[in-house]
Design a protein around this ligand. Structure first.
Ligand code: DAH
Length: 348
């Protein structure tokens, strides 16, 4: 073969390669093509190997033709390789893509905690009855949490609530509020009656934690202050609320009790929603479930906030939100509510 024959052979190989390349869409076929046109058994290598036997004047011509061929082949193969890489990446990205806006890659959306749901449900019922929402701090003064509520220092009633004390560094005796009742005091100090308000939130007790007791839990408090308020109003309010919450067939009862901030005081209970009062494990076979405390605001409390107990009367009540959630969903372990195990929480 002379130089021009070799050159045209290389050229037609190039044309063929270009044609074949156009059909290739994956990197494996590309590697095969690379091997076919530039590998050891390719026409290129064959000519290169035989170059030493060429006539001297043909050697530089063939050498140049080989270089041109090699450069051209490498260039089109590289170009194709990039094209394929891009396509393959795209397929890979597409398959690995997470649509963060859809929220459905086998995970749940997340929703409000069962206690928050319960809190809002309770608040909504009271809003519909014309009550407003009042707020107070969780780190509370001893005065708001106890003294203004007719529990003087060293009074035995303090033993009812195991208190966590806080050193706020201001010389004042502070506590983590043991109940939502101090919000009553804050609301009354904020302005004159009429008052129809509720307060919801976290409260703290120095409790040994068990299935029924948590050191942090939630309460809802109610306070009504107006002229001519009687025990019948308290009764009617609790009854209306409980019927809305648990259903029209629900019955309520008040049993005499003691709280320092109310006189008279009562525990209020509802007919067991699980057994319709025929007796079951939830109501300890009594047909009734005790929910919380209530009573007529004690005149000493009115005095502490500067209200005239001769002019106004009021009632108050308070009960546990967690407890009522446990009742509603038949949860028998308060710790479950606070462990934040998604497997538990996602059920509600
Ligand atoms: N504060 C009481 C407690 O945590 C509950 C309570 C009882 C609130 C009677 C009241 C009430 O407003 O009148 O145990």
């Amino acid at each position: 073969m002379n130089a021009s024959e070799i050159s045209s052979k290389l050229e037609s190989a190039r044309d063929l390669a270009t044609e074949e390349l156009a059909q290739i869409t994956d990197s494996t076929s590309l590697a095969e093509l690379d091997n076919k046109y530039l590998g050891k058994t390719s026409i290129y290598s064959e000519i290169k190997r035989g170059a030493k036997d060429l006539a001297n004047e043909d050697k530089p011509i063939v050498g140049k033709a080989l270089n041109v061929y090699r450069e051209a082949m490498l260039e089109i193969i590289e170009k194709k390789s990039q094209e394929i890489q891009e396509k393959e990446n795209q397929v890979k990205y597409e398959s690995e893509r997470l649509d963060l806006s859809s929220g459905t890659h086998g995970r749940s959306h997340g929703h409000l905690h069962v206690v928050t749901q319960m809190k809002r449900e309770l608040e909504d019922i009271f809003f519909s009855m014309g009550y407003s929402l009042s707020e107070g701090p969780e780190v509370e003064t001893d005065w708001h949490n106890f003294q203004a509520l007719n529990v003087p220092p060293a009074h035995p009633a303090r033993a009812m609530q195991d208190t966590l004390y806080v050193d706020a560094g201001d010389g004042e005796q502070s506590v983590l509020r043991t109940h939502t009742s101090p919000v009553q005091i804050r609301r009354m100090l904020a302005g004159p009656p009429p008052i129809y308000t509720i307060a919801t939130g976290r409260v703290y007790r120095n409790e040994a934690i068990d299935a029924r007791h948590a050191a942090v839990f939630h309460q809802i408090e109610g306070l009504a202050v107006d002229t001519n308020i009687t025990l019948r109003d308290l009764r009617g309010t609790i009854e209306t609320f409980m019927k809305r919450f648990l259903g029209e067939s629900t019955r309520t009862r008040l049993i005499p009790s003691f709280f320092p901030f109310t006189e008279p005081s009562a525990e209020f209970g509802v007919s067991c929603p699980f057994c319709e009062m025929s007796g079951c494990r939830v109501c300890s076979h009594t047909g009734w479930i005790e929910l919380g405390g209530c009573g007529m605001v004690d005149p000493n409390v009115f005095e502490a906030v500067g209200y005239d107990a001769e002019q106004v009367q009021g009632f108050a009540f308070g009960f546990g939100i967690d407890r009522i959630a446990m009742l509603k969903y038949n949860i028998d372990e308060v710790r479950l509510i606070f462990d934040n195990d998604v497997r538990f929480l996602e059920q509600y």
